[in-house]
Design a protein around this ligand. Structure first.
Ligand code: BG6
Length: 473
């Protein structure tokens, strides 16, 4: 296919992963259990869990050789906090540091820049037991210490850092932050406090990075989407705006300006869940300047206005907890967009939405952007001759890379593109059947088979994309 694209020289072509989804070795090398481990074990009888995952912990050399073969400029992965500090705020685990040192050095020997996320859904479980996790300021302190250990230990070789992966999504899903309250007001109160503490932790990490690593670049990884109104009724259009504001914009505004926007404060006040804030926080939040915005983008959404009523006050959730795209009275109700195709897992595929998001972020914040997740989750088939013909994945990625190129022509400054994911790994909550990788990992949910790595058709396609700096899509 000859499609005209335009990518700057030194554009960073990457692929992404996260610790609990790829590593395995969940209790090896001194690692402590994490919230992500415990959540995955709750579903062990139904699907794969984080115990072995893709077993990167034992296969990293072979896997990095494949990254080299694919031609990656960057590898975006996360460090497991509980490998470095098993109980979150106690002793430092040298074996964990050695593991990541080996991985980082091997990447660099292969001309691949590490692009590191500090926290990807895997809070050390001990912090939940000690403090109810992010609800406590102790967790903020613990995170700042952990971040400093990483910057001091790896910062001589690692320039690019992300703080929390998808704070804006993580905090909406109760099990990810271990909210167990059944009462919906209490759950929302805890959520608001945790969210605030994560912002504070983010700011402290940004400051620490800048003071410890002179050339260090750090930013958030924001779960990104854009929302369409079901109709052109002004209330529906307003509901779509609100959904974007509540899903992403309040978060980026907090990172950028160091304060919640008015509409978000009003929501916190109306719901009577304004978090406890300390006077000294203001300066910390304001001073922490992110260097880039990383966005994770998969799909778009569609909503209509959902009025509040006597039994359902403004801001109350209208659907069961643990749902990312939940509805809220007085705000929005989600619907299917009939104009878009969906993946077999229900994600509505929309490359133009990515161009919209990139333009929105650029026009509002004027910071360099990088896509650190984008991809198609499907149940791939391994053929008898050992191949995976995933042309549907190639189509998805091609359309989204093209959207990036168009956004660049619109004037957006982009640092790079790093899709999800380098190799098949544990889905965040749907086991091993739902695959995203360029490389097939030969295991099923409950049968580890030989764990061999098999290059899919998309591997060779992406290799060529990188080789031609996106000219050949
Ligand atoms: C992102 C997460 O939200 O979506 C990843 O950062 C996750 O951890 C990815 O794997 C895809 O979601 P899922 O649920 O299909 O694995």
């Amino acid at each position: 296919n000859k499609i005209k694209t335009k990518f700057p020289d030194h554009f960073l072509w990457g692929a992404s992963s996260s610790a609990f989804q790829i590593e395995g070795g969940w209790d090896e090398g001194g690692k402590g259990p994490t919230v992500a481990d415990i959540n995955s074990f709750k579903r062990s009888h139904l699907q794969a869990d984080s115990k072995v995952a893709s077993d990167f912990f034992h296969h990293w050399k072979e896997d990095i050789a494949l990254m080299k073969e694919m031609g990656l400029n960057i590898y975006r992965f996360s460090i497991a906090w509980a490998r470095i500090i098993p109980d979150g705020d106690g002793e430092i685990n040298q074996a964990g540091i050695d593991f990541y040192n080996d991985v980082i050095n091997c990447l660099l020997d292969n001309d691949i820049q590490p692009f590191i996320t500090l926290y990807h859904f895997d809070l050390p479980y001990a912090l939940v037991e000690k403090y109810n996790g992010w609800e406590s300021r102790e967790c903020v302190k613990a995170f700042e210490r952990y971040a400093k250990v990483c910057f001091q230990t790896f910062g001589d070789r690692v320039t690019y850092w992300q703080v929390h992966n998808e704070q804006n999504l993580m905090v909406r899903v109760d099990e990810r932050v271990n909210i167990t309250a059944e009462d919906s007001w209490e759950a929302d109160r805890q959520r608001a406090q945790m969210d605030y503490h994560m912002f504070l932790a983010h700011a402290l990490a940004v400051k620490a990075c800048h003071s410890i690593i002179p050339e260090g670049k750090i930013g958030p990884a924001v779960s990104s989407t854009c929302t369409y109104p079901e109709s052109n009724r002004p209330e529906d259009v307003w509901a779509a705006r609100l959904n974007d504001w509540f899903k992403t914009d309040y978060c980026l505004d907090m990172h950028y300006y160091g304060r919640y926007p008015g509409y978000y404060m009003r929501y916190l006040e109306e719901r009577n869940i304004v978090p406890v804030m300390m006077p000294e926080d203001e300066e910390i939040l304001k001073d922490a300047k992110m260097d880039f915005i990383a966005l994770n983008y998969y799909r778009t959404l569609c909503v209509k206005y959902l009025p509040a009523d006597e039994t359902h006050p403004v801001g109350e959730r209208a659907f069961p907890i643990n749902q990312v795209d939940f509805d809220q009275y007085g705000y929005f109700h989600h619907l299917k967009n009939e104009h878009l195709a969906s993946s077999e897992y229900g994600a509505q595929i929309d490359p133009l939405g990515l161009r919209t998001v990139l333009n929105n972020y650029h026009q509002k914040y004027h910071l360099p952007l990088i896509v650190t997740e984008n991809g198609l989750g499907t149940a791939d088939t391994l053929t008898e001759d050992g191949k995976v013909h995933d042309d549907y994945r190639i189509d998805y990625l091609r359309a989204h890379i093209l959207a990036c190129s168009q956004a660049i022509e619109d004037g957006v400054e982009m640092l790079g593109y790093s899709p999800w994911t380098f190799m098949d790994l544990l889905s965040s909550h749907e086991g091993f059947k739902k695959r995203y990788g360029f490389i097939y990992v030969n295991r099923d949910d409950h049968d580890l088979k030989d764990m061999s790595r098999i290059k899919k058709d998309s591997f060779y396609w992406y290799q060529r994309v990188i080789e031609t700096n996106g000219e050949e899509l």
